[in-house]
Design a protein around this ligand. Structure first.
Ligand SMILES: [Fe+2]
Ligand SMILES: [Fe+2]
Length: 431
């Protein structure tokens, strides 16, 4: 075994731009463990990541047993492992890591052989990278995933969220997106091969009014309409809901929550366009609004009885869910959702927008994607009856001042009503 790294240079411990909630993370240097049975690959990893020694302590192990011994000796923030190794393979190593060190970010490096594809399907990894990997992309992905852990500072919750959640199609999409020039037609082929997913993607594009005024006839057209930037968040959204629908979420009416997320995505996009945001920011607003409440699904499964109590308190006193969550659990669904999405490799602006969708004040001057997500959530709760017992959120004064007051909100309200989003089995407020 070997180690690369040295004393922490001042100011470099947090690894780039840390999330707003990262203050409590402390100053310990991050530890990243690389595992591969081929000495030449390990040497290559050591060489290409040498420059990261200013930020990380790096450990290198030539097999699973050695990796487990290293992890037993000191906490590791992320593990990057080869899949095919003699003895314990990468799948089993990640399974043991999940059990014994659940807060470590788990990344699998693998190729495209049939054996590797099967291994990937079984491995409890947060992210997958093709070999040979793009060093810059992998370094960024590791940094962002480690940053995401700062959204959840409650170690009990952290331990429970070590779930493998990705269906195979999402992994294949991630692999395609990892190419230098990802091909949307390839992704469309992956989606259309799964008839239930293909149907759901068509409904999603329709339900968010992504192509208002155009008729989409095939799932392929729907994937092309989503485009490279949105297709992964969209498929993740559908996969999470279908997984939790099957698993039996108790505290929320899932069809209503799903409809709220779909409408919010359409609203956030309309607001972002109205404010003249650039294409990437419009896509970010849409993706983040779609995924903004996924933390609720996770909390319900992990804390079933606490969530029932939280919802009883919300109903009894007509309060906001996030406030009651913070009182009962010490964190909110916004933080848990951001944590999950960060681990799964969603872009950082999307993760931050999800984390801040209930924040009382804007993070920066000007108008950004996260502001569109915040107001989309507020407007949807105001215009559509999501749950009779929820407090209708009024925008916080600082947020309202940030957009120039009520007049702008009134304009957006008209735009939203013009989108015709209320058809998904949910009544308009007051109707
Ligand atoms: Fe929320
Ligand atoms: Fe919401």
């Amino acid at each position: 075994m070997s180690e690369v790294g040295g004393p922490a240079p001042a100011g470099l411990c947090s690894g780039g731009q840390a999330p707003a909630t990262a203050e409590g993370q402390g100053a310990r240097r991050r530890v990243v463990l690389f595992v591969d049975d081929e000495p030449i690959v390990l040497m290559g990893l050591k060489r290409i990541f040498h420059h990261m020694a200013q930020k990380w302590d790096m450990l290198f192990a030539s097999g699973a047993q050695e990796a487990l011994a290293l992890m037993a000796a000191r906490p590791v923030d992320a593990i990057v492992t080869d899949l095919t190794m003699p003895g314990l393979d990468g799948t089993e190593l990640l399974r043991r890591t999940l059990r014994e060190h659940p807060d470590a970010v788990r990344v699998l490096l693998s190729g495209y052989s049939e054996e590797e594809l099967l291994g990937r399907a079984l491995a409890p990894a947060h992210q997958f990278f093709a070999k040979p990997c793009d060093e810059r992309r992998l370094a960024n992905a590791l940094e962002e995933a480690m940053d995401a852990r700062a959204y959840v500072t409650n170690s009990l919750v952290l331990e429970k969220i070590g779930l493998p959640l990705l269906p195979e199609v999402l992994r294949r999409i991630a692999f395609e997106l990892d190419n230098d020039a990802p091909d949307i037609e390839e992704i469309a082929a992956l989606v259309t091969a799964d008839s239930a997913l293909a149907e759901a993607v068509l409904e999603l594009v329709d339900g968010t009014r992504l192509c208002a005024g155009r008729t989409l006839e095939t799932p392929r057209q729907a994937v092309l309409a989503l485009g490279i930037e949105i297709v992964q968040p969209a498929v993740l959204f559908l996969s999470l809901f279908s997984r939790f629908e099957a698993g039996g979420v108790r505290s929320y009416a899932l069809p209503k929550l799903k409809a709220h997320c779909l409408r919010s995505a359409g609203i956030a996009r309309a607001i972002a366009l109205d404010m003249g945001l650039a294409g990437a920011a419009v896509d970010c607003a849409y993706s983040a609004a779609l995924l903004h409440d996924t933390g609720k699904l996770l909390l319900d499964v992990l804390y079933a009885s606490e969530c029932q109590e939280i919802m009883e308190a919300v109903r009894a006193d007509n309060r906001r869910v996030s406030e009651v969550e913070a009182e009962h659990l010490g964190l909110t669904h916004a933080q848990v959702g951001a944590y999950l999405l960060g681990l799964l490799g969603l872009p950082q602006p999307v993760v931050r927008a999800v984390a801040r969708h209930h924040a009382h004040s804007p993070e920066q001057k000007g108008f950004h994607a996260e502001d569109a997500v915040y107001f989309a959530n507020v407007l949807d709760h105001g215009l559509f009856v999501f749950n009779e017992c929820y407090a209708r959120p009024e925008p916080d004064p600082l947020r309202l001042a940030g957009i120039g007051g009520d007049e702008r909100l009134g304009r957006w309200r008209k735009v939203v009503l013009g989108l015709g989003l209320g058809h998904a089995g949910v009544n308009r407020a007051g109707a």
